[in-house]
Write a protein that binds this ligand. Structure first.
Ligand SMILES: Cc1cc2nc3c(=O)[nH]c(=O)nc-3n(C[C@H](O)[C@H](O)[C@H](O)COP(=O)(O)OP(=O)(O)OC[C@H]3O[C@@H](n4cnc5c(N)ncnc54)[C@H](O)[C@@H]3O)c2cc1C
Ligand code: SF4
Length: 291
């Protein structure tokens, strides 16, 4: 059984998160479902609503987005308009109700949607068990990169923010650091099954964007046009001579692609050949939109 706290500021939140088994709570749209199904059992849920992380501010030539800004607030902000890929990704994620509750920090740190990981009846490798049931079972929606876990990264925001050069700001009770957004993610290993590089008690407090790119675009394929997770998505951004391409749905993590050879290192599994074709098409569209 989890207990609940709603600290009145960031320092208090960080002190609570330093406790064993505490977990940050944004909008709860991902975490509540996991707790409900017994997939996770945090000892303490630390509600971030009053932690002072809810602002979007112009910063230097770019932008700073607080971790508890909701997806709806981000999508509606005029400040995000010059980052077309991010604005589009935020407006496509989930549904209006979920965007009103789901936060930027929670969206970036949400867990995989792999149906075995989410199912009460399975205890798969990523969850600490011995078997990746997807690899011996249904992996139509899984990724293209071989590994112990073939789950696909689910966030719409992550590839869009990464293509636009975002940096995440992290805080814990013992200090602060920042990382290029893609370094927030890791492929899980035998001795550390986490898909995030966050240390225990560490919190995403915000995301910083540099000056807007000259052009950016976000393309995604979902089961439906709305109210459905991206199965494959691609963000592209061009600044001067440099083009950055980042995809989700094709690896454990949001994955940078080489614009000259986007499929490199993505062989696919028996049931995911369709994702290769989808990725090729989405890359083509995203790059064409930069012209
Ligand atoms: C039906 C459905 C459809 C969805 N469709 C999409 C979609 O199309 N695209 C998409 O991108 N997402 C989709 N989502 C996911 C949804 O966007 C996320 O659940 C939401 O953004 C998570 O934000 P939250 O604030 O509710 O996170 P929470 O549920 O509060 O937290 C999620 C995880 O992040 C951790 N966390 C929260 N805040 C922080 C922080 N600041 N620092 C570190 N860790 C933190 C929590 O401990 C938890 O592990 C969907 C979800 C549902 C239920
Ligand atoms: S793909 Fe990953 S999350 Fe899914 S069953 Fe395999 S180990 Fe578990």
């Amino acid at each position: 059984m989890s207990t609940y706290a709603r600290p009145a500021g960031l320092d208090e939140a960080l002190a609570l998160l330093a406790g064993d088994g505490a977990a940050p709570l944004g909008g709860g749209t991902d975490l509540a479902g996991q707790v409900d199904r017994g997939i996770r059992e945090p000892s303490l849920l630390v509600d971030l609503r009053d932690a002072g992380l809810g602002a979007i501010d112009a910063a230097d030539a770019g932008l700073r987005v607080g971790a508890t800004v909701t997806l709806a607030e981000l999508a509606a902000s005029p400040l995000i308009e010059p980052y077309a890929a991010v604005s589009h990704a935020a407006s496509l994620a989930a549904s209006p109700l979920l965007r009103n509750a789901g936060t930027v920090g929670g969206n970036l740190c949400q867990h995989t949607r792999c149906w075995y990981y989410r199912g009460e009846e399975w205890h798969c490798w990523l969850g600490g068990g011995d078997t990746c049931y997807a690899q011996i079972g249904d992996h139509r929606r899984h990724n293209l990169e071989p590994g112990d876990c073939i789950s696909a990264h689910p966030s719409d925001l992550a590839p869009a923010l990464a293509a636009c050069g975002a940096v995440v700001e992290l805080r814990s009770a013992s200090g602060a650091r920042e990382l290029p957004l893609l370094e927030l993610y890791r492929r899980p290993t035998e001795d550390n099954r986490s898909l995030l590089t966050l240390a225990p008690g560490e919190l995403v407090v915000g995301v910083r964007l540099p000056a807007p790119p000259d052009a950016s675009a976000y393309e995604r394929l979902g089961e439906r046009a709305a109210f459905s997770f991206p199965l494959v998505s691609v963000a592209a951004a061009r600044s001067g001579q440099e083009t950055r391409l980042v995809a989700a749905g094709v690896a454990n993590v949001p994955r940078a692609l080489d614009p000259a050879d986007p499929m490199a290192g993505l062989p696919g599994n028996p049931q995911t050949g369709w994702k290769r074709r989808a990725l090729e098409t989405l890359v083509e569209r995203a790059l064409a939109a930069l012209a």
